[in-house]
Design a protein around this ligand. Structure first.
Ligand code: IPM
Ligand code: MN
Length: 369
C-alpha cells in the first residue's frame, strides 16, 4: 500500500510528538511492507515567523495533493496580541476549511493501566468508551459576521453561531453510521432551551434518526452533558455536537483517559482527511522532551484505519500503546506513583515502535499456523 502523507509539526510540542508518530508509521511500513512517504511543511506560529502567513500556499498545496495530513499542534503566546485572522490558529481553521472535513472524530476511553491516574474514581471511569463526533466547519468558529467595533470610545465584539440544515444532516449521518458499529446509541448535545441554532440542530438530528431505527437517540443540554461526562461517563456511546461544544467537552472528557496527551482525532468527510492529537501546543513544556506522544501516535492509527482502511495495522498500534502502558511506562502527565517507569517523549515513541514490531510478529505467526 502506497501512502503520501503531509506532516505539519506546527508549534510548541507539535514537532516532538509528530516525530514519534512518524517513527511508528515508518515501522508499520517496514513490518507490513507498505510504502509511506512523508513530506513536512510549516503551519501556525512557525509559519508566521518564516513566511508571515499562518498557512503558506506551499503548505496548503501540498496538503491538497496528499492522501492525508497529520498535524501536531498550533498556537504560541508570542502571537497573543495579533487579531484573529493573523493568529497561528487562523492557519489551522483555514486548513480545516480547505480540506473540507466536517466531522471530527474524537474517541475517548479509559485505559485499564491508567484508570488510577484519573482524578475520577476508578469505578466511574473504568470501561468508559465514548466517541465524540464534533462538527468542525460551522458554528461560532466560522460564522459571519464577526468582529470588533468601536464607537464613542467603547468597544464591542460579536460572533455569529449559524448552522444550516444540510450542515447538521451530514455530520449527524456520520454519528449514526459510527454508532451502528458501536453500541448503537447517539446522544446529541445542544442548548435548545436558549439557542435557535440548537433548536434546528435537535429537530434535524431527530429527523435523521428515523433513517436509523436501530439506534437509540437522546438529547442533552450541554450543561447537563458536561456534568454527566464526569458523574456517569459510561452512559455515553456516541456524542454528536456542534463545533464549540465539542471543543470544550472533549477536553473535559480527557480526564476519563487520564490526560489530554492521550487523545487522538481524525477529521473526515471532506476531500482530504486531517489527523491531529486533541492537545494543544503546550508552550510551557515545549522543547523539554517530556510531552506525551501517545495522542499523536493514536492519531496515526486512526489515519491508517479511516483513510487507508488498514484495520490490522491500526489495531496493532493501539495494542502496542496498551502494552507499553501495561508494562508501566509513563510520560510525566500520566505518571501517578514513583513505582512507574518514567520515560521521555522519544523513549515512549521507541517503546511503542518495539511493541508494534512484536504485535506484528504475533500476527504473522498466527497466520502462518
Ligand atoms: C482543538 C483546538 C483548536 C480548536 C484550536 C487550536 C483552534 O483547541 O483542535 O480542539 O479550537 O478547534
Ligand atoms: Mn480544543
Amino acid at each position: 500500500m502506497q501512502l503520501n502523507l503531509v506532516v505539519l509539526p506546527g508549534d510548541g510540542v507539535g514537532p516532538e510528538v509528530t516525530a514519534q508518530a512518524v517513527r511508528v508509521l515508518r515501522e508499520v511500513a517496514n513490518v507490513y511492507g507498505h510504502s509511506f512517504c512523508f513530506e513536512e511543511h510549516t503551519i501556525g506560529g512557525v509559519a508566521i515567523r518564516e513566511t508571515g502567513s499562518p498557512l503558506p500556499p506551499v503548505t496548503l498545496d501540498a496538503c491538497l495533493r496528499a492522501d492525508a495530513v497529520l498535524l501536531g499542534a498550533i498556537g504560541s503566546p508570542e502571537f497573543d496580541h495579533l487579531s484573529s485572522p493573523q493568529k497561528p490558529e487562523a492557519g489551522l481553521l483555514q486548513l480545516r476549511r480547505a480540506l473540507g472535513g466536517f466531522a471530527n472524530l474524537r474517541p475517548v476511553s479509559s485505559y485499564a493501566a491508567l484508570a488510577g491516574t484519573s482524578p475520577l474514581r476508578t469505578e466511574i471511569v473504568d470501561g468508559a468508551n465514548i466517541l465524540f463526533v464534533r462538527e468542525l466547519l460551522g458554528g461560532l468558529y466560522f460564522g459571519e459576521p464577526r468582529g470588533i467595533t468601536s464607537s464613542n470610545g467603547t468597544s464591542a465584539a460579536f460572533n455569529t453561531m449559524r448552522y444550516s440544515v444540510s450542515e447538521i444532516e451530514r455530520v449527524a449521518r456520520v454519528a449514526f453510521a459510527a454508532a451502528m458499529k458501536r453500541r448503537r446509541k447517539v446522544t446529541s448535545v445542544d442548548k435548545a432551551n436558549v439557542l435557535e441554532t440548537s433548536q434546528l440542530w435537535r429537530q434535524t438530528v431527530s429527523r435523521i434518526a428515523t433513517e436509523y431505527p436501530q439506534i437509540e437517540l437522546d438529547h442533552l443540554y450541554v450543561d447537563t452533558a458536561a456534568m454527566h461526562l464526569i458523574t456517569n461517563p459510561k452512559r455515553f456511546d456516541v456524542i454528536l455536537t456542534e463545533n464549540l461544544f465539542g471543543d470544550i467537552l472533549s477536553d473535559e472528557a480527557a480526564v476519563i483517559a487520564g490526560s489530554l496527551g492521550m487523545l487522538a482525532s481524525g477529521t473526515v468527510g471532506g476531500a482530504i482527511d486531517l489527523y491531529e492529537p486533541v492537545h494543544g501546543s503546550a508552550p510551557d513544556i515545549a522543547g523539554r522532551g517530556i510531552a506525551n506522544p501517545l495522542g499523536a501516535i493514536a492519531s496515526a492509527a486512526m489515519l491508517l484505519r479511516h483513510t487507508m482502511h488498514l484495520e490490522n495495522e491500526a489495531a496493532d498500534i493501539e495494542a502496542a500503546i496498551e502494552n507499553v502502558l501495561d508494562a508501566g511506562y509513563r510520560t510525566r502527565d500520566i505518571a501517578a506513583s514513583s513505582a512507574e517507569r518514567m520515560v521521555n517523549t522519544p523513549e515512549m515513541g521507541q517503546l511503542v515502535t518495539e511493541a508494534l514490531a512484536e504485535a506484528a510478529d504475533r500476527r504473522h505467526a498466527y497466520h502462518a499456523v
